[in-house]
Ligand binder design. Structure first.
Ligand code: NAD
Ligand code: UD1
Length: 337
């Protein structure tokens, strides 16, 4: 298949471009480098031996996006990663998020229609479930979103669903749990800008000495050790799920025009378990302290991924230790640079 990847130089996008190449698909990637760098393209090439066909395009620019899509021949499907993802920033600047995440997705659908492309995999998030009783499956009710970022994911899912009813569009919405880790080569990984909000980059940056101390946000939750529980999924496992998802769209075995899949491991781990796993595989001590709860955190969430296993034929292959080991190798690689 020939696949257009938006946000192709980003964290999950770059790993997915690698896995698409590995599976023998042809890839065209676009990005505006808002949250990534051009050298990712060279690093993908080093991993796969294949040059990435790439164009700098901002999906907010409907004309440029449409012109680009029309210039490409034979695209079978789009994997749509391009979006902003900082929850806190979305609270401060909601319009920026609605413009890019929702407006950009609508532009993309117009451009796909103009170019006659009718299959898309969309990056959604487990944030749509809010505080729910885990394990959550795809039928779990979606409460009111906790942030503008979360709301953009809910709205995009609805936009896509509505549009399947008015067109021949086929959609898979992929609800990621907590993507972590990096490619085994340490050539691509997550590049948090400024102080990381997410746990794993904060752990690795503390261990390498970039941050003095990690604050564990609360140890008085009703969980095994009092800290919050999440479903940490290795980014390479996640990337492979996208290959399965677009192949599933192409096979058209399913009667639904709009399908949703949870992508997680099915296992929950506490913040302290993540730190312990990191310390075990790295041999480093993490300087951490217990602090107050962070506003907006859910107590615990992890996925029921039976649907992805049964329908897509996908399941995770890597465990938490491998997530930590590759995240640590990536941090050390960045430090050398
Ligand atoms: P990322 O920021 O690393 O990648 C997104 C890429 O999109 C970046 O390279 C950025 O430059 C690009 N981009 C943003 N706006 C653009 C625009 N207007 N035009 C062109 N390119 C644009 O983020 P990621 O972690 O790879 O996330 C990918 C997708 O997965 C996002 O939609 C995100 O919301 C979703 N998601 C991520 C997580 C996570 O924890 N990383 C969890 C759930 C869902
Ligand atoms: C967060 C976002 C979510 C988004 C996801 C991926 C919030 C409320 N949720 O998920 O919408 O989809 O990132 O980008 O922001 N923790 C610490 N100390 C830290 C950092 C985190 O203890 O310095 C804890 C958190 O309290 C949480 C766990 O680690 O229990 C994971 O946090 P994080 O990596 O930020 O992911 P989420 O909050 O699950």
């Amino acid at each position: 298949m020939k696949i257009l990847v938006t946000g192709g130089t980003g964290y999950i996008g770059s790993h997915t471009v690698v896995e698409l190449h590995n599976a023998g698909h042809e890839v065209v990637a676009i990005d505006n480098f808002d949250n990534s760098y051009p050298d990712v393209l060279d690093n993908i090439e080093k991993i796969t031996g294949k040059k990435v066909v790439f164009q700098k395009v901002d999906i907010r620019d409907k004309k440029a996006l449409t012109d680009f899509m029309l210039s490409q021949k034979g695209i079978d499907a789009v994997i749509h990663f391009a979006a902003f993802k900082a929850v806190g920033e979305s609270v401060q600047n909601p319009l920026k998020y609605y413009e890019n995440n929702v407006g950009g997705t609508v532009n993309l659908l117009y451009a796909m229609e103009a170019a006659g492309i009718s299959q898309i995999a969309f990056s959604s998030s487990c944030t749509v479930y809010g505080e729910a009783n885990p394990p959550v499956d795809e039928s779990t009710a979606k409460p009111e979103a906790q942030s503008p970022y979360g709301n953009t994911k809910q709205i995009c899912e609805e936009v896509l669903f509505d549009y399947t009813k008015a067109s021949n569009l086929k959609v898979v919405s992929l609800r990621y749990f907590n993507p972590v880790g990096a490619h085994d080569s340490s050539l691509i990984g997550e590049l948090p800008i400024g102080v990381p909000n997410n746990l794993v980059p904060f752990i690795t940056q503390t261990a390498i000495g970039k941050r003095e101390v990690l604050t564990v946000f609360g140890n008085d939750y009703p969980t095994i050790d009092g800290t919050c529980i999440r479903d940490y999924i290795h980014v390479v496992d996640l990337a492979k799920a996208h290959v399965k998802a677009i192949e599933f769209l192409e096979q058209k075995k399913y009667s639904e025009a709009y399908s949703v899949f949870n992508l997680g491991t099915g296992q929950g781990n506490s913040v302290l378990e993540v730190i312990q796993s990191f310390e075990k595989v790295s041999g480093e001590k993490v300087n951490y302290k217990i602090g107050p709860r962070r506003g907006g955190d859910v107590i615990q969430i992890y996925a029921n991924c039976d649907k992805a296993t049964n329908v897509l034929g996908w399941k995770t292959e890597r465990d938490l230790d491998n997530c930590m080991q590759t995240a640590w190798a990536w941090e050390k690689h960045l430090a050398q640079k």
